[in-house]
Design a protein around this ligand. Structure first.
Ligand code: ZN
Ligand code: FE
Length: 258
């Protein structure tokens, strides 16, 4: 049995351990910094065997080299076309390729937009999706390198997975994201209910991951380009048409300046 354990790093990052207690082994998705990850491994007497990297930003790979030094032979996995930017990478994947970690098959989904080399890892057998800075609880990553068209297509690809898929996102931005979402859709009851839940979780110091794709489709404005209310909000913020890309781009620009 493998379980996911979120490890808070820095202010609001998460590293995710995929823990196989019986084997005493674990994989990790993203290594923002080594110390909290090494402490969590030591506390549980776990050996780290694989590190999956969602993208090259420092707050996701800052701990790569220290973890590789602590666990000789560590598999450091990332997208082939972004290999030059991922410290310590030992194994590269193309879009759609699988890697086996702690006895589970993880599929690499290339989701350009936040960066051109951003990927998500899908563990289909468990219904887990590790989204890095592509899809957040109630939001999505900024467009640092890719186009709105690329990001919208990437998010549409994720949104098409099964609704019960658990979404493990790389930052705890959910409460702030949902406050913005409520400006886009003030009359969405699912959104209001989710915000109340998230607010209680944060007050109690509880993580808001995982969400589900069904919940994101119902409340995340960056997956709701087809909704009349979202289209109207996009038009009020500069969209000249109602295509998914135009709607997405206008809502993203609005949030960037909100
Ligand atoms: Zn990032
Ligand atoms: Fe980040």
């Amino acid at each position: 049995m493998v379980e996911v354990v979120p490890i808070p790093c820095f202010e609001d990052n998460y590293a995710y351990l995929l823990v196989d207690r019986a084997a005493g082994e674990t994989a990790v998705v993203d290594a923002p910094e080594a110390e909290p990850i090494l402490a969590a491994l030591a506390e549980r007497s776990l050996r780290l065997t694989a590190l999956l990297c969602t993208h090259h930003h420092w707050d996701h790979v800052g701990g790569n080299e220290a973890l590789a030094a602590a666990f000789p032979g560590l598999d450091v996995v990332g997208l082939e076309s972004d290999a030059a930017r991922i410290p310590g990478i030992t194994r590269t994947l193309d879009d759609g390729a699988d890697v086996e970690v702690v006895g589970l098959r993880a599929t690499c989904l290339h989701t350009p937009g936040h960066t051109v080399g951003a990927v998500c890892f899908h563990v289909a057998a468990k219904g887990w999706l590790f989204t890095g800075d592509t899809l957040f609880g109630g939001g999505c990553g900024r467009l640092f390198e890719g186009s709105a068209e690329q990001m919208q297509a990437s998010l549409a690809r994720l949104a098409a997975l099964s609704g019960d898929t658990k979404v493990w996102f790389a930052h705890e931005y959910t409460a702030a994201n949902l406050r913005f979402a409520a400006r886009v859709e003030p009359d969405n009851p699912a959104l209001r209910g989710r915000y109340e839940r998230v607010r209680r979780q944060r007050t109690a110091g509880v993580v808001t991951c995982p969400s589900t794709l069904a919940e994101e489709r119902a409340t995340n404005p960056f997956l709701r380009w087809h909704e009349p209310t979202v289209i109207d909000a996009a038009r009020a913020h500069g969209a000249t048409g109602d295509t998914p890309t135009e709607v997405f781009a206008a809502i993203r620009r609005w949030k960037d300046t909100a």
